[in-house]
Design a protein around this ligand. Structure first.
Ligand SMILES: *Cc1c(COP(=O)(O)O)cnc(C)c1O
Length: 462
């Protein structure tokens, strides 16, 4: 499989090259040149298989030129063996036709472990084979950073630097980033918000001298390998509810559009998904855009679902690429307009987006109320991001199609909001109950490209 850029100006790469590169050199995002399609029989045959086997069958066409069959099976096995649930992504029933897909049984209690654990193993195998090392820099609104640090800690071919917005992540998120003692992982608390961190990361990738000097690699959700790993649980969930013989819909708490874009690819691969519903908090650029109001940046307002406090949704570029009929130059022009505030989406592209996506927005009060009534009515204690999804799903689900809401994090990752809403303090799973006692290690740093690059240069391979 070859990989192409959404802006049409970067060289085609293999899966391994696209994974190790992250952002394309024309500023675009990599996508497979063709989306592989699974036959209905092949989808039906997934029912009842272990998660790892479903993962292999769904992802294999995307990686087959870069990894061997047995090698890839072993990578998958190592990636998910650390999960705290045999099903990896178990499905729970909330009421008659509404289900919760629990994606928080990985080592850092959020769905990002699904992709990050896999990418850590993929990087290790690929770099070992090449005799190479890389510097991974990531920006996080909280969960990506902890998942990346957990996935890459202790690997000798990799240094990891994670930029997070100082004071804007939960204490559990922060401690998961600052307490690992491995010398190859570095937490950087940036004076700014998540969009500042993401912009600094993009600037580093566009500074080609720095990029080459430190062998920069990215594992943010722009990395196609991240998206790929997330396609799998759409399949595992849908077949367990009767796909391909029955349609299902998904509601996805959304920030950077990575998780829901994986659902879009699952649909294009042949999975009978009826609706893909984007659920946003008060940072609602995606909901405004899908409502026909154009894609215009606002200020990021901190919320109780901080992993979705995002105003520039980087993976949306991938959806736009398909909505604009795979026209890279049209996408490049939109992204130019975004630099000065935003753009209107053409009528044809809006129609294409509406064929797959619906959207809804949830206020802070509604989020708290949803945590409370989900506990009362379904005996499930959910995190604020998941509550945003549940609220939108309840508004938009149709009687005849099962709705699956993605539970993106464990409630114990956001204890303050959960306790405020429900009166119940969500305990950490026992395997990480000493998190509050471990010493922290973090560098507070200015939101300045030169300062950041200098810090990274000085701390590689310490
Ligand atoms: C990252 C994250 C999201 C948003 O996912 P995207 O792929 O950025 O849309 C939602 N909830 C939680 C808990 C997250 O960590």
């Amino acid at each position: 499989m070859k990989y192409i850029s959404t802006r049409g100006q970067a060289p085609e790469l293999t899966f391994e090259e696209a994974m190790l590169t992250g952002l394309a050199r024309d500023g675009g995002l990599y996508l497979p040149a063709e989306i592989p399609v699974m036959l209905q029989d092949e989808i039906a045959a997934l029912a009842g298989l272990p998660y790892e086997e479903i993962a292999f069958r769904v992802m294999w066409p995307y990686v087959s030129g870069s990894f061997g069959e047995d090698e890839f099976k072993e990578i998958i096995a190592r990636a998910y063996q650390v999960f705290g649930h045999d099903a990896r992504a178990p499905l729970k029933q909330l009421n008659e036709n509404h289900f919760l897909l629990e994606l928080f049984h990985g080592p850092t209690l959020a769905f990002k472990d699904f992709a990050m654990q896999l990418i850590g193993q993929l990087f290790q195998v690929a770099l070992k084979r090449r005799g190479d090392r890389v510097t991974i820099v990531g920006a996080t609104s909280g969960d990506t950073g902890s998942a990346a640090i957990e996935a890459f800690r202790g690997l000798d071919a990799v240094d990891v630097f994670i930029l997070y917005p100082h004071g804007r992540v939960s204490e559990v998120q922060r401690r998961q980033m600052t307490t690992p003692a491995d010398s190859n992982v570095h937490a950087l608390a940036v004076d700014g918000d998540f969009d500042d961190c993401q912009a600094a990361l993009k600037d580093m990738f566009n500074d080609f001298d720095f990029r080459d000097e430190v062998k920069l690699a990215g594992v943010n959700s722009i990395n196609f390998a991240r998206v790929l790993a997330q396609i799998v649980y759409y399949f595992s969930a849908a077949v367990s509810l009767g796909a391909p013989h029955r349609k299902v819909s998904f509601t996805v708490p959304t920030g950077n559009f990575g998780d829901i874009f994986a659902g879009y690819l699952a649909k294009r691969m042949g999975l009978p998904i009826d609706r893909l519903v984007v659920a946003t908090n008060q940072n609602d650029i995606l909901h405004r855009c899908l409502s026909g109001e154009g894609y215009f940046k606002g200020d990021t307002i901190p919320s109780i679902s901080p992993s979705m406090d995002i105003q520039v949704s980087s993976n949306f570029e991938r959806a736009l690429y398909y909505a604009y009929g795979e026209d890279g130059s049209a996408v490049a022009q939109l992204m130019d307009e975004l630099k000065t505030g935003g753009f209107n989406v053409s009528q044809g592209a809006m129609q294409a987006l509406r064929e797959s996506f619906d959207s809804g927005r949830v206020s802070e009060d509604e989020t708290l109320a949803t945590i409370k009534h989900t506990l009362a009515n379904s005996a499930e204690l959910v995190c604020p991001h998941t509550a945003v999804g549940i609220k939108v799903a309840e508004e938009q689900r149709r009687a005849d199609v099962p709705m699956i809401t993605l539970a993106t994090a464990h409630p114990a990752k956001f204890p303050a909001a959960v306790e405020e809403a429900s009166g119940v303090h969500p305990p950490l799973p026992s395997r990480m109950s000493d998190l509050y006692e471990r010493p922290e290690r973090v560098t507070r740093i200015a939101n300045d490209l030169g300062t950041l690059e200098d810090h990274i240069r000085r701390h590689i391979a310490e």
